[in-house]
Design a protein around this ligand. Structure first.
Ligand SMILES: Nc1ncnc2c1ncn2[C@@H]1O[C@H](COP(=O)(O)OP(=O)(O)OP(=O)(O)O)[C@@H](O)[C@H]1O
Length: 642
């Protein structure tokens, strides 16, 4: 968040002159000074003899293969880049090197006839180009300085390297950690000034794209804003990247921007002058189109391309899980806003996970989200994994061909997944899905294809998925009962539905469910205040389902125009003593009642029943919050902090 007195303006956050290096400039600032420092390190720290041949350090095949495994993410992102760079520079006599953060060479690209020449100069897989090993050199000095470097001919420390010329660019990960170095090397007689300038610029651009690709895949489950100043060089300039969640919390930024943002917490609206809803709405309506935005607090125009979270992101165990996005639908007012967000997420095919106790409205909300989404005219198919015997879930979900198993229907059966094609699949009680089926479901979500039992060809399906459970899925993952990869795929947007007793709109809900049930029963009834109070104070272990049942019962048995205490189900009345309500009327406010029990007893009882929520207790007691606070003071009752 932007603090008062903060000197960094939003404008300067995206000012290209603040970049770590200028993409257009070839002359590197302080290069001579940096090379001199590197020479001193080579002599005094590493005690290298410039004239002696370095004892060549090359990794064995198995060491190299291990190193490649541990640099899997870097290699996956960098190989297309190094191939592209080789196409541009290979004919100019350049050899390309990708090293890890310690200078060990992971990949080499060199054109046919020069391979031997480069190899005998030490430019080959497994060779180590660290400064302690080679003295001043492209890769080693770029690692030591954590900055791009140009080292030409005799600027190299070792005599044996005087025949080469290097442009080396270090690359950094989302946590600003050094990942490795991209390096272009030519033999000096090839490396004309023109060639060297071009090689440097292209290496810089390719390294920036590799960093970008690593960032995008690291934060693939978040919204990502790719921000730049000018549209026309969209391809050439590295974008500033900002990853944010659907609540607008910034969870990551590309390393150059991160250096400018510092360690404080940011929201996307603090950086770009646009609400998170505005950005997400635009991205859903115009995928891939850059949006013109201003920098918050600055006057510069920017372009932001917003990438939606990837629905098919597979999480490898090496990538740390991003923190879960957890939202609560607290009450009717906020719920509208939350549902709008969820509807947008469903449109973007981001799976939604609804958590909540039984009867708290998981299916009810899933239907609302679907009904508000672009898929509203397509099917909403629900399946309750806890309600179907384990042996039948598979055929229910995936369907089967005729004769797939004994007892199968003659014509086969279209499964729920295929029925939901084009619409929404609601998987209730996902925590009860057997492990083997979790694997099959994961494949459907990853590949968008479903294979019916006994079928030989899969069918392509386009489904949005909403799951629900009352179980603690992360604990189930820990205990090996739920697949970790499925869990991460399903929990991109997790929403917790609070139990009725914790909601701050209980009174409104009672009224609206009462009105609905009256309509269903074709009766026009009112509710006595006595009943309303009782409903308000009850703890509702069965949540809204229980509330609906209690009201349905009362409406059905009510002999008059007003639902009274006697109309409520007996077991409900047994748990909410009528006297609580009578006492309330006798004592507060300022009623001059019988004096037993005391006013403080009544207040304490109301607070306990409302779990020490002053607003709810004041509603229960029928007094304003300020009156209740005054009385609390008078009686010396302290409300414990939440
Ligand atoms: N916001 C709401 N307004 C009115 N009625 C609601 C609301 N939320 C839930 N209900 C009602 O409560 C009952 C239970 O809701 P629902 O079936 O969605 O709960 P659930 O959390 O899916 O329960 P379970 O986990 O047992 O399947 C339904 O009758 C539903 O109509």
């Amino acid at each position: 968040m932007l603090q008062g007195g903060e000197t960094t303006t939003m404008h300067s956050l995206f000012n290209t002159t603040h970049r770590g290096h200028d993409m257009a400039a070839v002359a590197l600032p302080n290069m001579a000074e940096r090379l001199a420092r590197s020479r001193r390190r080579s002599t005094h720290e590493y005690r290298l003899d410039a004239g002696a041949r370095s004892t060549e350090q090359v990794l064995s095949r198995s060491e190299l293969s291990q190193l490649k495994d541990s640099n899997e993410h870097l290699l996956r992102a960098a190989v297309p880049g190094i191939d592209w760079l080789h196409q541009q520079l290979g004919d100019l006599g350049y050899c390309l090197l990708l090293t890890d953060f310690g200078g060990a060479t992971l990949e080499v690209r060199a054109s046919g006839q020069r391979v031997d020449q480069f190899s005998s100069a030490g430019l080959r897989e497994g060779a180590c180009w660290s400064e302690p090993n080679q003295g001043t050199c492209g890769v080693g000095t770029a690692i030591a300085d954590k900055a791009p470097v140009l080292v030409h001919g005799d600027q190299h420390y070792l005599l044996q390297n005087h025949s080469i010329s290097c442009a080396a660019v270090p690359m950094f990960g989302p946590a600003q950690q050094l990942l490795g170095v991209l390096n272009a090397t030519a033999c000096t007689h090839d490396a004309q000034k023109f060639g060297q300038a071009l090689a440097y610029r292209l290496t810089l651009q390719t390294a920036a794209r590799i960093e970008q690709s690593i960032f995008m895949s690291h934060y693939s489950e978040y919204w990502i804003a790719r921000v730049k100043r000018q549209l026309d060089d969209w391809e050439a300039e590295p974008d500033d990247l900002i990853a944010f969640d659907e609540c607008g919390r910034v969870v990551g930024a590309s390393w150059r921007l991160k250096q400018r943002l510092g360690q404080q917490e940011w929201r996307i609206e603090d950086i770009l002058d646009c609400s998170v809803e505005g950005l997400i709405d635009f991205a859903c309506a115009h995928p891939g189109t850059p949006l013109r935005v201003a920098a918050s607090g600055g006057d510069g125009a920017l372009f932001a391309q917003i990438n939606a979270p990837r629905r098919a992101a597979r999480r490898s165990s090496a990538t740390p899980a991003p923190p879960e996005v957890k939202r609560t639908i607290p009450g009717a007012g906020d719920a509208t806003e939350d549902l709008r967000r969820l509807e947008r997420l469903l449109n973007a095919k981001v799976p939604i996970l609804l958590l909540g106790e039984t009867g708290s409205g998981k299916e009810f909300n899933a239907k609302i989200i679907h009904a508000r989404s672009r898929r509203r005219d397509q099917p909403f198919i629900a399946i309750n994994c806890a309600a179907i015997p384990e042996t039948l879930i598979e055929s229910e979900l995936f369907g089967y061909r005729e004769g797939a198993f004994t007892g199968a229907r003659a014509k086969g059966c279209v499964g729920k997944i295929a029925q939901a094609d084009g619409g929404t699949l609601f998987l209730d009680e996902i925590g009860d899905m057997p492990l083997a089926l979790q694997t099959r479901l994961l494949r459907v979500l990853a590949e968008g294809e479903v294979l019916a039992l006994g079928a030989d060809k899969p069918r392509t399906v386009d489904i949005s998925v909403i799951c629900a459970t009352h179980r603690d899925l992360s604990a189930m993952v820990r205990d090996g009962l739920f697949r970790e990869d499925l869990y991460y795929r399903l929990n991109a947007a997790t929403v917790r539905l609070p139990p009725l007793r914790e909601r701050d709109d209980v009174a409104e809900l009672i009224r609206s469910v009462f009105a609905e049930e009256c309509k269903i029963a074709s009766r026009s009834l009112s509710m006595s205040p006595h009943v309303e109070d009782g409903l308000l104070v009850y703890q509702w272990p069965g949540n809204i389902r229980e509330l609906r049942n209690v009201l349905r019962y009362a409406i059905a048995v009510c002999p008059s125009e007003e639902v009274g205490w006697a109309d409520l189900p007996e077991n409900f009345r047994a748990q909410v003593p009528e006297t609580v309500n009578d006492r309330r009327r006798a004592h507060l406010p300022g009623s001059g009642g019988s004096g037993q029990p005391s006013e403080s007893d009544i207040i304490l009882s109301a607070l306990k029943r409302t779990q020490w929520c002053v607003s709810a207790a004041s509603r229960f007691l029928g007094v304003s919050r300020s009156t209740l606070y005054r009385r609390l003071n008078e009686h010396g009752i302290e409300v414990p902090p939440k």
